[in-house]
Design a protein around this ligand. Sequence first.
Ligand SMILES: C[S@@+](CC[C@H](N)C(=O)[O-])C[C@H]1O[C@@H](n2cnc3c(N)ncnc32)[C@H](O)[C@@H]1O
Length: 204
Amino acid sequence: MADSKNLLVQLASIVEPLNLPSLFPQPQPLEIELGCGDASFLVEYARRNPAINFLGVERLLGRIQKLHRKGSQLGLPNLRGVRIESAYFLQYLLPPHIAVALHIYFPDPWPKKKHRRHRLINEEFPALARRTLSLGGMVYLRTDDPDYFAQMREVFDAAKEFKQAETPLGLAEITTDFERSFNAQGIPTLRAAYQLEGKIENAE
Ligand SMILES: C[S@@+](CC[C@H](N)C(=O)[O-])C[C@H]1O[C@@H](n2cnc3c(N)ncnc32)[C@H](O)[C@@H]1O
């Protein structure tokens, strides 16, 4: 659990679902970023949206510690981070239908064909997203890798409970650390959004 001084969630168990209400001072809608890196996107997004709670998920300690440092400096009560693997976290530690949005920006592309099975956004991911999101919830995706982008499109276009949507301008204008680096090098980046629609009863 998180205390008021440490924005990083100390998991009491890696098999019991997280007690989310205990993490944030205000019960507000929850948005989650998977693979949040140095958290520069999430910190800025949380700063601009105080009526939403934000949770960053990142497997590298050095990077998630930056979420704590930056968020603490700004005194953001609506920001928390957790160091864990994203798919496991969604599947086993989050209560179902808990979030209104998932942000996945520049996930590791695993460009070699034999490594593609390591990609986070694969054919199993829409079911994880569906489990995590409330009805009408959003998935926001960005990548610099055209092949991975095609895979993202393919798996979400094939998931009939998701429909293509737009990324709002106020979200698109907040860039991530990797995005700024790609922009500076003139490398094009790609973006997609999907919305969960339909009935939720059979989501498990
Ligand atoms: C290419 S970086 C992008 C970071 C950030 N989203 C950005 O755009 O600046 C990918 C990040 O995802 C993290 N990551 C990769 N796979 C992950 C997983 N399965 N679970 C949690 N974090 C992961 C990596 O450690 C890294 O920080």
